[in-house]
Design a protein around this ligand. Structure first.
Ligand SMILES: *Cc1c(COP(=O)(O)O)cnc(C)c1O
Length: 365
């Protein structure tokens, strides 16, 4: 018998979410973002499941791209941060990858390379996020230099939105970024890419020629508040474990490290075999929701490395062996993230070590 902590990956949900992205951005090509091990879902597994249905994949670095190539993924792969040194361009050529060029230094490396076949390139403009990208004047110059470069293959212009996930508050900033992007590119006949998940769901005017969904493919909403389009997403990952012990504790008893949780009534306390070493957030406060045999129950006490504790007083019938869902099909990962002061992205990426069970219901269309 192995440790009961496990992670179920629902590939039918993944395909459903991909179809939603396609339906929302029907004119655009789609690069599925599978960086960070596909947000903790397993990059090779996710890429194989999507390979027939996407136009490209996008990853953060060459190691991630090579892992996909070695597993037989033949689609174009965009390196979202480009190369970190000029010698990586030899690998880019050999593995037929598509680097982003976001700086003058990367542009110089690209132009100085002597590949035997053309290299595609996504040229990045900074429209106000101030993380990666060229200024508008640098971008115009770079486009001319690339156009005159004998080994340039296909060129795409890209930028990234900082606040597309903030309806209301972030709208002015997003509108400004979209306008600045279009202004900088006016007169250039380039395919464009601007939209992450939030923009696919909420900003049709940002869809352009290539969309780049990440989080939404995995079925989580990028928005803090309910959103009509995001409501159609289906969670791909369900993180679960089982109750391994149940105790009866008197009022005043304290639970776990630091004695953070103090029983205010006669309490049934459950111990679940999963903890922060598996990716459950250690900083989750008392009251963070868990789902025990399909019913909500609050976290009670500090999360340990391999265990956590839950107040079962209001669920008198559940006992050792009961199924506990940390997030997933029955409990929105966004609720757990909000309770823990973080985002679904971070919870997903932190999942490690647990056994993975893949569900692939091809009948479910
Ligand atoms: C990670 C990333 C995405 C995907 O963002 P989501 O919010 O997960 O959809 C898109 N574009 C770039 C440049 C990224 O780094």
């Amino acid at each position: 018998m192995s440790r009961p902590a496990r992670c179920r990956i629902d590939l039918a949900a993944l395909r459903h979410n991909l179809r939603l992205a396609r339906r929302l951005a029907p004119g655009a090509r789609l690069a599925a973002v599978v960086k960070a091990n596909a947000y903790g879902h397993g990059a090779v597994r996710i890429a194989r499941a999507l390979a027939g249905e996407v136009d490209a994949f996008a990853v953060a670095c060459i190691e991630e791209a090579l892992e996909l190539r070695e597993s037989g993924i033949a689609r174009p792969i965009v390196l979202l941060e480009g190369v970190f040194s000029p010698d990586e361009l030899a690998l880019v050529e050999r593995a037929a990858l598509t680097p982003v060029v976001h700086s003058r230094a990367q542009l110089a490396w690209f132009l100085a390379a002597r590949p035997r076949r053309p290299l595609d390139c996504w040229l990045k403009l900074d429209t106000g996020m101030h993380r990666l990208g060229l200024t508008p004047s640098e971008f115009i110059e770079a486009e001319v230099e690339l156009r005159n470069c004998a080994h340039l293959g296909r060129l795409v212009a890209m930028s990234h939105l900082a606040r597309a996930d903030e309806p209301g508050e972030g709208e002015e900033a997003t509108r400004g970024q979209i306008a600045d992007f279009r202004a900088a590119l006016s007169g250039l006949d380039l395919p464009i890419s601007l939209a992450n998940s939030a923009a696919i769901l909420a900003w049709p005017e940002a869809h352009g020629d290539w969309v780049r969904p990440g989080l939404m493919l995995y079925g989580a909403s990028p928005f803090a508040e309910p959103h009509p389009q995001a409501a159609e997403l289906r969670p791909v990952m369900t993180l679960e474990s089982t109750l391994v012990a149940v105790h009866r504790l008197p009022p005043g008893a304290r639970v776990g490290y630091g004695g953070r949780f103090c029983c205010t009534r006669p309490t049934r306390l459950g111990v679940v075999a999963i903890g922060y070493a598996d990716g459950y957030p250690r900083h989750a406060p008392d009251g963070t929701p868990l789902l025990v045999e399909g019913r909500l129950a609050p976290l009670a006490g500090r999360v340990s490395m391999d265990m956590l504790t839950v107040d079962l007083t209001d669920l008198p019938e559940v006992g050792p062996g009961a199924r506990v869902e940390l997030w997933g099909a029955g409990l929105d990962v966004g609720r757990v993230a909000a309770a823990s002061g973080t985002i679904a992205y971070q919870l997903y990426c932190a999942v490690s070590r647990v056994a993975v069970e893949v569900q692939d219901d091809l009948i479910d269309q």
